[in-house]
Design a protein around this ligand. Structure first.
Ligand SMILES: NC(=O)c1ccc[n+]([C@@H]2O[C@H](COP(=O)([O-])OP(=O)(O)OC[C@H]3O[C@@H](n4cnc5c(N)ncnc54)[C@H](O)[C@@H]3O)[C@@H](O)[C@H]2O)c1
Length: 334
C-alpha cells in the first residue's frame, strides 16, 4: 500500500500549507506526504519532522523528486504563477491556493502550462463546505427556483496594518475573491461588473493601519442576477462567514456561525460558541478539497475548480480594485 500511495509535496508551509500537509498526512489513506519546501527552512523542517516527510532545500529539489506526483502550492500569491507553471511543466498535478495570480496574463500562463496531462485545481475550498455544496446542489436541481440575489458576509477578526496606497488590493485578492468565486459557482453565470466602495473603520483596532478594512462590493452578473458582498477585517467577536441565496421560490441560508452544537442555557440567557478562524470554520472543506484532488489523480479526474474559475475570480478582484480606485462601476476584464 505504502509504495502505491500518491506522493504529495507541499510548497509554503505557513498557516495554510501546514494545514494542507497535515490533511494529506493524516486524513487521506491513499496519499503520502513526501516532501515540504518553504523559503523559511525552519518551517519546512518542522512540518517534515512532525509529519514524517522530507524537507527540501529548494523548490526545484521538490520538483525533482519522482515520488512527488501532486504539488500543493500555498506560498504567498506573488509566487503562485511562477511556481505553478514550473510544477505543471514538469508534469505534476497542482493544487494552487487562491488567488491564482495577481494578473490575467499570469493566470493565462498557468492555464497554458496545464494544457498538457497535468491537472490544475484552484483552492476555492468553500465549494466543498457541506452547507455551500448542499445549497449548490439544491439550486442546481431547481428545488428553490431561479437564483436571483446573493448577500454574502465575510468578517475576519484580523485587522491589517497596510499602508493607504495598497487600497483594497489585499482585501479583494485574499478575502472577497472567495465570494466572487462562490457567487459564480451558485449562479452558474459570469460576473459582468463590480462596484466597490471601501472605508477605514478604525474602531475595531486602535492601531489599525490606513488601508480600508471594510469593503462593500455590488456585483452584476451577465444574465442580470446580483450579489452584494461585505468584506470586513476587524470583527472582534469571531470569524463570521455567511451567505444568503434568494431564489424565485425560496432562500438558502448558509452558515449558522456555531463551531459546536453546544448551547448553554442559564437564567441569564442562552449562549453558544463562535468560529475563531478560517481553519476551524472550513476544516471539513480543506480536508475534502485536498482529498478529492489527490484521489482524482490516478483516474485523471477533471478538477472541481478549474484554472478558468481561478482566472474569472481574479478578473472580478481586479474589477473591484479598479472600481474602488476610480469611484465608478468597473466592467470585468475578459
Ligand atoms: N483557501 C483559503 O481559505 C486560504 C486561507 C488562508 C490562506 N490562503 C492562501 O494560502 C497562501 C498562503 O497563505 P498563508 O496564510 O499560509 O500565509 P503564511 O504567511 O502563513 O505562509 C506563507 C508561507 O510561504 C513561505 N514562502 C514565502 N516565499 C516562498 C516561496 N517563494 N516559496 C515557498 N514558500 C515561500 C513563507 O515563509 C510562509 O511560511 C496565500 O495564497 C493565501 O491566499 C488560502
Amino acid at each position: 500500500m505504502t509504495r502505491d500511495r500518491i506522493g504529495v509535496g507541499v510548497v509554503g508551509t505557513g498557516l495554510m500549507g501546514r494545514r494542507h500537509a497535515e490533511n494529506v498526512a493524516r486524513w487521506i489513506p491513499e496519499a503520502r506526504l513526501v516532501a515540504a519546501f518553504d523559503a523559511d527552512q525552519r518551517l519546512a523542517s518542522r512540518v517534515a519532522q512532525d509529519l514524517d516527510a522530507v524537507a527540501c532545500g529548494s523548490f526545484d529539489a521538490l520538483l525533482d523528486r519522482d515520488d512527488v506526483r501532486v504539488v500543493v502550492i500555498a506560498s504567498p500569491a506573488r509566487f503562485h504563477a511562477e511556481q505553478a507553471v514550473a510544477a505543471l511543466s514538469r508534469g505534476k498535478d497542482v493544487l494552487l491556493e487562491k488567488p491564482m495570480a495577481h494578473s490575467l496574463a499570469d493566470c493565462d500562463r498557468v492555464i497554458g502550462a496545464a494544457q498538457g496531462s497535468a491537472r490544475l485545481q484552484i483552492g476555492f475550498m468553500r465549494r466543498y463546505d457541506p452547507a455551500y455544496a448542499e445549497a449548490k446542489r439544491l439550486i442546481a436541481a431547481g428545488a428553490l427556483g431561479e437564483p436571483l440575489l446573493i448577500r454574502a458576509v465575510h468578517r475576519d477578526r484580523e485587522a491589517t496594518h497596510l499602508p493607504a496606497e495598497s487600497g483594497v488590493t489585499d482585501m479583494m485578492f485574499e478575502s472577497t475573491i472567495h465570494d466572487f468565486d462562490l457567487s459564480r459557482f451558485i449562479f452558474g453565470d459570469e460576473i459582468a461588473s463590480v462596484t466597490t466602495t471601501a472605508s477605514v473603520l478604525c474602531h475595531a483596532r486602535g492601531t489599525h493601519g490606513h488601508a480600508p478594512n471594510a469593503a462593500l462590493s455590488s456585483v452584476r452578473f451577465a444574465e442580470g442576477a446580483l450579489a452584494d458582498i461585505e468584506t470586513y477585517w476587524g470583527a472582534l467577536y469571531a470569524y463570521d462567514v455567511r451567505m444568503e441565496v434568494v431564489c424565485a421560490e425560496g432562500t438558502a441560508m448558509i452558515g449558522a456561525g456555531r463551531q459546536t452544537a453546544l448551547a448553554v442555557l442559564t437564567p441569564g440567557g442562552a449562549t453558544h460558541d463562535l468560529f475563531p478562524g478560517f481553519l476551524e470554520r472550513f476544516a471539513d472543506a480543506y480536508r475534502a478539497e485536498v482529498s478529492d484532488f489527490v484521489r482524482g489523480a490516478p483516474e485523471r479526474r477533471p478538477p472541481a475548480v478549474s484554472g478558468l474559475d481561478g482566472r474569472a475570480a481574479v478578473a472580478a478582484a481586479l474589477a473591484g480594485i479598479a472600481s474602488y480606485e476610480s469611484g465608478v462601476t468597473a466592467p470585468v476584464p475578459i
